[in-house]
Design a protein around this ligand. Sequence first.
Ligand SMILES: Nc1ncnc2c1ncn2[C@@H]1O[C@H](COP(=O)(O)OP(=O)(O)OP(=O)(O)O)[C@@H](O)[C@H]1O
Length: 322
Amino acid sequence: MSESTSTQGVVHADPAARKALMSDVDRTPGAAKPDSILVVDNITRQFGGMTAVDVDHLEVQRGVITALIGPNGAGKTTFFNLITGFDRPTSAKTGAAWSFDGAKLDKTSASSVAKAGMVRTFQLTKALSRMTVIDNMMLGAQNQAGENLFKSVFKPLWGRQEKEIEAKAEELLARFKLLEKRDDYAGSLSGGQRKLLEMARALMSDPKMIMLDEPMAGVNPALTQSLLGHIQSLRDEGMTVLFVEHDMHVVRHISDWVAVMAEGRLVAEGPADSVMSDAAVIDAYLGAHHDTDLGDDALLSDEKMEEIAEEVAAEAAEREEA
Ligand SMILES: Nc1ncnc2c1ncn2[C@@H]1O[C@H](COP(=O)(O)OP(=O)(O)OP(=O)(O)O)[C@@H](O)[C@H]1O
């Protein structure tokens, strides 16, 4: 770890320092941050006539955990795909621009994005499930470049670096308590262990920012705490974390900042507590599905609860008539 990262780690391991850092940030969508590592402008993506993503401006603060939340279909995964070079914005020629740690990324490939230090986790696909845990880790060192990831499996390109890379892989496996599974097929791991492997693999390329898409999905409660601990310790060491998550209890528990998308747009930003009581956020979730647990029912006012009850009754009546 570099000296600057470890110095930063001291600041970011201190909850009060993090809180102070974010306390002056405007609680408005697109707010400027004290030290933005990722800056996104004018990024849109249409599928046919449907706009999946339409983000005017978003900044992600360095060294903290930011959650990107929003109801199903809000555009979160599409947004991840766009900024990591796995999809092209519709606005590519009309002003879409994003930069990471000062480097422009909008004209670069997925592998260049990863090389710049912005790495996302990948779900364990069928092909990766049929490989051993250690082989999955060795692939992580390849900067996870989409299809290249698969091509590279068959290339004997490690040479004399191989031992070094293997040692690093084993160190990470030990950190994530997967070393015993080193030679097992990745497909034999439990849901939670897969998530740990996805995270460990992403760390093989020493990213500055790690992007996690639903890190808690399919994880049993016993491993949830361990996964949360790993995410927090990455942040405490100075890494920036951006994650998409549906479980609002998890979001409340570990996020320093929350950005909310609805219907492709960024509709709110702020610390978890203030965001989850924001009317635009409650409306966005309730408009999408009534049974969403925002993590704290007390945030729903009586008036809002009555409104929901009326909407649910009206929908039930409509279904009966149909
Ligand atoms: N390749 C595609 N072709 C057509 N429509 C797409 C495609 N990818 C995404 N969409 C649509 O774009 C919208 C945004 O989808 P996206 O998966 O990004 O949302 P999300 O917020 O990640 O949702 P979830 O939380 O359910 O994963 C949805 O209406 C989805 O159906």
